[in-house]
Ligand binder design. Sequence first.
Ligand SMILES: [Zn+2]
Ligand SMILES: [Zn+2]
Length: 262
Amino acid sequence: MINSNKLYKKIIFLAKDLSILTKEILFPEKCLGCGTIYKKRYLPYLCQNCFNQIKTHSFPFCPTCQRKLPFYFHRRTKKIYLPSCYHQGKNQISWLGAATDYNNPLIQKLLKTYKYQFIKEISLTLSAILAKYLIESELEKIIKKEWLIIPIPLYPRRERWRGFNQSELIASLLAEKFNLSLKKDILFRKKPTKEQAGLTLKEREENIKDAFEVKKEVKNKKIILLDDVYTSGLTVKEAAKVLKKAGAKKIACLTVALKISQ
Ligand SMILES: [Zn+2]
Ligand SMILES: [Zn+2]
């Protein structure tokens, strides 16, 4: 278990010279969790106390049945062994790293404010939550260096409307922190899709089918797909399908919040 306050300081330190936050970071002083007005410049929209209280998972999941996959870390060989689920053979995605549960109201509030009130700065807060998860679950030991990180792309029109791609900002912060290479020129969305939320499963499948294309060589690459929320996993699986076809060796998924499907 690592010291939460120490981690918090580390993350704040990282935030100081972020190139993605082009404007000066003007943190509002009200926490979305407890409403406290905080004076110092901490994570945007989240006080230190509420950050420390967010429960992050300590393991990855099976992308199909969402079963926990607690892995075994071999101290001597420094290798991590992931137990496999019986779905493993069918999955295009080897494991799903999900920092928290979507049913946490504070997480929902952060995500919604970020995406629908267009508060770019919250990318920092969400990536801090993901960083906490990656460190505490020791997943960071698996993903260092040789992995590429690819944010789920938006259709250009959607990105212009929002002003940013919510997954891309989070991915770029994580890439910086965990020494991964961020790739924005590989995966593209070739058709405009509706938001998956609010559609039936059948409509979702239809909506996302053939939505992505790969424009660059990915032979033998290990790829982390980053999406802000993971529900049915259809979006990520569709993206994984084209990447596998283009020769990717291994694909994993990272997300801020996992919405347990019924
Ligand atoms: Zn708070
Ligand atoms: Zn499974």
